[in-house]
Design a protein around this ligand. Structure first.
Ligand SMILES: NC(=O)c1ccc[n+]([C@@H]2O[C@H](COP(=O)([O-])OP(=O)(O)OC[C@H]3O[C@@H](n4cnc5c(N)ncnc54)[C@H](OP(=O)(O)O)[C@@H]3O)[C@@H](O)[C@H]2O)c1
Length: 353
């Protein structure tokens, strides 16, 4: 089997190009058997997926990864656990912005360290909900200080637009920007990606499977509407609307299925392959509660997209009506369709660790 490729975000900081996402373990996507998720971490490691994404606001996930790292150390040795890069986030509550102190921020970092059982965080991806609230660049400066103190190895961001990304990259050594970037959402392709490359900022993509929509499960299905218990489906159904609606989405699914059929791969594998091949994307994050999708996911590494496949994909994308605007612009409007479904103040709630 082809190994999972790797990419250096810096000469001395390398990750797997497929990153396992952790939002799906936070309880908003169906029940999670913690013991099974912990066991499965070894399967991801053995498959060559040695980079995991999580966040301070994904309830229970940092702790779960911490348990997983200890389990991995027991089964594969301390060195194996040390090789795992755990990317977390620092997402101050929206209600706290403007009043955030250095102690608040340092406290969040210390809490992530405790939860993960580590002495230094590999990558902290910073988010700021509201550009109008003062203190964003000051907080970036504090992260830089915590990095200098040795608590953080690398600094990244998530869901900032182009101008803010550039400002932050001018203030600290910004290695990555985690953004929604998929066959359905092309907003980062263009000026954002060009500026990112100029500033040495690697794009890490989420939404690659549109929360599970870009899989065989939805091929040929009638429009399910907008009412889902799974929060990812609520979120990405709106992205499908922006793309042009259910029929346009089904056209894309059918195309990916036909490309996959030729090569014994499913829709998800083709969607992942497409983003692995995207020149603007450094790595793709794929959300998974357990390792059950792994064998089919790894098939992505064997899929080839021919020029004719790309022209068919690009032709469907040209017909798409959106999503438009800068990265995360639609979502940033807290009163809009995309913003209203968001949870903004999870840090205090998830404080228990
Ligand atoms: N920065 C942000 O604002 C942000 C936002 C969203 C996500 N993220 C990050 O990105 C990660 C991925 O989340 P996402 O929203 O982008 O979701 P996604 O990866 O597009 O989709 C995840 C869903 O797809 C399913 N799945 C995974 N592999 C599959 C396969 N091979 N075949 C069929 N189904 C498959 C998973 O199923 P199971 O549930 O069965 O595992 C899960 O329900 C998150 O965990 C998080 O780390 C960040």
């Amino acid at each position: 089997m082809t190994g999972v490729p790797r990419v250096g975000l810096r000469p001395d900081y390398e990750i797997s190009k497929i990153i396992r996402g952790g939002w799906q373990l936070s309880g908003d996507h169906g029940s999670v058997e913690a013991a099974r998720a912990v066991e499965d971490i070894v399967a991801f490691y053995d498959a060559g997926i040695t980079t995991f994404d999580c966040a301070d606001i994904y309830t229970g996930v940092e702790e779960l990864y911490g348990r997983g790292l200890r389990h991995l150390a027991k089964l594969r040795g301390a060195e194996a656990a040390g090789r795992m890069k755990i990317h977390t986030k620092c997402v101050p509550d929206r209600d706290k912005l403007g009043r955030l102190t250095r102690d608040d921020l340092a406290g969040t970092i210390q809490r992530s360290l405790r939860r993960l059982g580590r002495e230094r965080l590999d990558l902290v991806q910073f988010h700021w909900w509201n550009y109008d609230a003062p203190g964003c660049m000051e907080a970036v400066g504090w992260l830089g200080e915590l990095q200098a103190e040795g608590l953080i190895d690398r600094i990244g961001i998530t869901n900032f637009d182009r101008a803010h990304m550039v400002s932050i990259a001018n203030a600290v050594d910004l290695v990555s920007a985690q953004v929604q970037f998929s066959l359905l959402d092309r907003r980062p392709a263009g000026p954002f990606a060009v500026d990112a490359a100029t500033h040495g900022v690697h794009i890490l993509c989420y939404g690659v499977l549109a929360g599970g929509f870009l899989t065989d499960a939805w091929l040929g299905q009638p429009d399910p509407g907008h009412d889902f218990e799974n929060r990812s489906l609520v979120k990405y159904r709106l992205v499908i609307d922006e793309f042009g609606g259910w029929d346009a989405f089904q056209d894309l699914l059918a195309l990916l299925a036909s490309i996959g059929d030729r090569q014994g791969a499913d829709v998800a594998a083709v969607a992942v392959r497409a983003m692995l091949d995207d020149p603007f994307a450094s790595a793709v994050i794929v959300g998974a509660r357990y390792a059950r999708h792994l064998p089919r996911l790894l098939k992505a590494l064997e899929v080839t997209l021919e020029d004719s496949d790309w022209s068919a994909i690009r032709s469907l994308q040209r017909r798409a009506t959106g999503p438009g605007g800068d990265v995360y612009e639609l979502e940033r409007d807290a009163t809009g369709r995309h913003g209203r479904i968001m949870k903004y103040n999870l840090n205090a709630v998830g404080d228990a660790g």
